[in-house]
Design a protein around this ligand. Structure first.
Ligand SMILES: C[S@@+](CC[C@H](N)C(=O)[O-])C[C@H]1O[C@@H](n2cnc3c(N)ncnc32)[C@H](O)[C@@H]1O
Length: 253
């Protein structure tokens, strides 16, 4: 495929991720993915590791894991590849072709993930998916069953500053006017769920903004019409690194 052909095909797709495909061609994603990559704190070397990227969409984090030396990467998704939303699998497939990548793909709902279906992986990425699920604790248990070493989980958090584990429920369009969002756990709840699922060491790798910063940001979001004042004050995003001991007994769900 020539650079001009690639440019044309890239322009014809609606991208979620911003992916540098080389030769000056960068997908026009609505997500500022390179900035998020910094927040996620993916290990700089994944040499020889196996990686599962759950909810991979256009595949940025799968391709980045491969670039960092992973021996095998599996990108898993279903909704934005085949669902009724505006996503499609064509972006992932085109980026894979353009990058000459060997990332494998599997169409699967996170609730169907099990060692019998996918095997187990050294590293599992679960980024921006938890709040889309109706049964977050069950999902974390399923993910724990296929994780050998490290789970990197990124999510919306809500009820920031409450001080005890809790989750905000979004039965309608309360979060980002998106009816596919269900739960916003606070950091304490995410840590509790991860520990319950067998991750002994859980680290929050993103800074927790103080009340003053959240207040100023909430006013800004209100002025921009992005959110109401109180929800914006209580909401944030956070990244968790959850590790299992080498001798952990596999969880059966
Ligand atoms: C906000 S996007 C995040 C994409 C990517 N992981 C990232 O962080 O940039 C949410 C992704 O989760 C996927 N997703 C939502 N519900 C899911 C489910 N039940 N099982 C698997 N993936 C799901 C969507 O299809 C979509 O690709």
């Amino acid at each position: 495929m020539t650079a001009t052909e690639l440019e044309k095909r890239v322009a014809a797709h609606r991208w979620y991720h911003t992916i540098d495909l080389g030769n000056g061609i960068v997908t026009r994603g609505i997500d500022d993915t390179p900035v998020r990559l910094g927040r996620v704190q993916l290990p700089s070397s994944l040499r020889g590791k196996t990686v599962l990227d759950i909810g991979a969409w256009d595949g940025f984090f799968s391709f980045e894991s491969e670039r960092r030396g992973a021996a095998r990467v599996v990108a898993a998704d279903y909704y934005s590849w085949h669902g009724s939303g505006w996503g499609a699998k064509a972006g992932f497939q085109l980026a894979r072709e353009a990058l000459g990548s060997k990332v494998e793909d599997v169409d699967i709902d996170v609730m169907d993930i099990a060692p019998e279906r996918l095997g187990t992986f050294d590293i599992v990425l679960f980024l921006g998916v938890l709040y889309h699920l109706r049964h977050p604790l069950l999902a974390i248990e399923k993910i724990a069953a296929v994780t050998r070493e490290l789970l990197i989980l990124e999510t919306v958090v809500d009820l920031v500053g409450l001080g005890r584990p809790a989750m905000a429920f979004y039965p309608d369009r309360e979060l980002n006017a998106d009816p596919t969002n269900w739960w916003g756990p606070n950091q304490e709840a995410v840590i509790g769920m991860l520990k319950y699922a067998g991750f002994e060491e859980v680290q929050v790798v993103t800074p927790t903004p103080g009340a003053l910063y959240r207040g100023a940001r909430a006013v800004w979001h209100r002025v921009k019409g992005r959110n109401r004042l109180l929800p914006a004050f209580r909401q944030d995003r956070a990244v968790f690194h959850a590790r299992k001991p080498a001798d952990a007994v596999p969880l059966r769900v």
